[in-house]
Design a protein around this ligand. Structure first.
Ligand SMILES: [Fe+2]
Length: 148
């Protein structure tokens, strides 16, 4: 497999996981229940809006290196390792789910960072660095919330 094919494949796997993350955040935004409703309803909207922008950057990176981004629900579900959190409505369960998904995304990004660095693909390295920094911050905040 050529370097670009390997990076494309890993970026598509990450794109699929990111789409699952996005849709799970939308579900949490809609379905969250309890005393933390207002804060979490607002937070998840902010996070899924940010995720939508990141998803676009990942898909366009795939195009820049000559690949084709996955773009169907079926493709995402088939490829993603992150699963759908259905009927998760209680704040602590929701935040645990967010923490688990962030760890999955970070694992993908650290792996992609190394693969891209080995291949001399600086653009993908830069994108991964940005995503890692953002997700480490979100993971820290999520863990701080869970330790209340
Ligand atoms: Fe809304």
């Amino acid at each position: 497999m050529k370097n670009n094919d390997m990076i494309t494949q890993k970026l598509n796997a990450h794109l699929a996981d990111y789409q699952m993350f996005y849709q799970n955040l939308r579900g949490f935004h809609w379905n969250i229940r309890g005393k933390h409703f207002f804060e979490l309803h607002t937070l998840f909207e902010q996070w899924y809006d940010e995720a939508a922008g990141r998803i676009d950057e990942i898909a366009e990176r795939i195009l820049m290196i000559g690949g084709q981004p996955l773009h169907t629900f079926a493709g995402y579900v088939e490829t993603a390792r992150i699963s759908a959190y259905e009927n998760t409505v209680e704040a602590t369960a929701v935040m645990r789910a967010v923490s688990e998904m962030l760890q999955e995304l970070l694992a993908n990004e650290l792996d992609l960072l190394k693969t891209a660095a080995d291949a001399g693909d600086e653009g993908t390295v830069a994108l991964m660095s940005e995503l890692i920094a953002g997700h480490e911050k979100m993971l820290w905040m999520t863990r701080a919330w869970l330790s209340e």
